[in-house]
Design a protein around this ligand. Structure first.
Ligand code: DAH
Length: 340
């Protein structure tokens, strides 16, 4: 019995001396391990004289439970104080304001593409996506440029290692895809997308750039429809007072072909550095769809007619925001991009 009393005493005092969870783990091994003191004390029951055995056993069990309970309590306290200490050391101040998240934005090219799409949507044009990797047939031949046609020189081309497969030099081949898909229905679409040209990169020309192609086909589509559409676009994009001028031009896939200028947005036609003193800014090429192209798209030129146009939205953006270097668009310089 006196051994038990001393076990209880030592157990409690050594527990009180445990400063942290590691010490508590050592304590539990010492007292509650397989060869621990509590187990040894319990095993002794057999050696005790029969008359005292019951009392001894009861006392041993009481001490076992008491030590176990005292340990559990000490462990809970140690855990709580460890948590408190770590909170204190790591010093989280939940009242501090959070770090602001840097907000992204749409690239100016995307913004302008969307503006253009919205304007043409108002005019009843749907957006049609066409592939960027094209074949020679669709990029040139079906647009009325046979293999050695001199007009091909206007489009310096990135060819791939697969003969006849190239990166489209303009969005015009999309006209063929739309026509073949929708024929004989009337068509009113724009085709926005990236084009590629094997050219020297300068302040005015990039090897990759967007174009927006337009195509309208129906039974009585005329040059007047083309003019009206272009004027509506220019006025919505650049201001209701814009004037548009049309010059005769040449493209293999249109007949007649025109080039469209708009009065300068800076000097309003008086002449300044933006318009190189001419008072006019070139905004697109256009024309009436060539009968051969209509035929290649499946439309009978005796019954159907159409107009088409093509513009470079980067050029348009440069005019709109007075950007003097087209290379800025893909340079990924945040100082440029953050201005829009
Ligand atoms: N595809 C021409 C180019 O890249 C632009 C163009 C001109 C498109 C006249 C047209 C058009 O649809 O009718 O230079």
């Amino acid at each position: 019995m006196s051994d038990l009393a001393s076990l209880e005493q030592r157990g409690l005092s050594e527990l009180a001396a445990c400063a942290d969870e590691a010490a508590l783990r050592a304590w539990i091994t010492k007292f509650f391990g397989k060869q621990g003191e509590v187990a040894l004390a319990l095993r002794k029951v057999g050696e005790i004289a029969a008359a005292e055995r019951r009392a001894y056993g009861q006392e041993a069990n009481r001490i076992k439970e008491k030590l176990q309970a005292a340990h559990d309590e000490a462990q809970a306290r140690a855990k709580a104080s460890a948590l408190e200490a770590s909170l204190r050391e790591q010093g989280i101040d939940v009242t501090l304001p959070g770090r602001p998240v840097a907000r992204g934005r749409l690239h100016v090219a995307t913004q302008v593409l969307r503006d253009i799409q919205a304007i043409f949507a108002d005019l009843g044009f749907q957006v049609y996506q066409s592939r960027e990797v094209e074949d020679d047939l669709t990029n040139f031949e079906l647009l009325n440029m046979s293999p050695h046609h001199p007009a091909r020189d206007m489009w310096d081309t990135f060819h791939t290692t697969t003969p006849g497969v190239l990166l489209r030099t303009h969005t015009s081949p999309g006209q063929i895809h739309v026509m073949r898909e929708l024929c004989p229905e009337p068509i009113r679409v724009i085709l926005p997308g990236m084009c590629y040209r094997y050219e020297a990169i300068t302040t005015r020309s990039e090897i990759m750039f967007h174009q927006v192609e337009g195509l309208a086909i129906g039974e009585h589509v005329s040059m007047a429809d083309l003019k009206g559409t272009i004027i509506a676009f220019a006025q919505r994009m650049f201001g209701a007072e814009r004037k548009v001028r049309i010059r005769s031009s040449y493209f293999p896939f249109t007949e007649p072909s025109i080039e469209v200028d708009m009065d300068c947005i800076v000097c309003k036609g008086q002449g300044c550095s933006l318009c190189k003193r001419s008072g006019w800014l070139e905004i697109m090429g256009a024309g009436m769809v060539h009968p051969a192209v209509l035929k290649n798209g499946g439309y009978d030129p005796a019954r159907f007619s159409g107009f088409a146009f093509g513009m470079g939205p980067q050029r348009i953006t440069m005019l709109k925001y007075a950007i003097d270097d087209i290379r800025q668009f893909w340079a990924n310089d945040l100082r440029f991009l953050a201005q829009f």
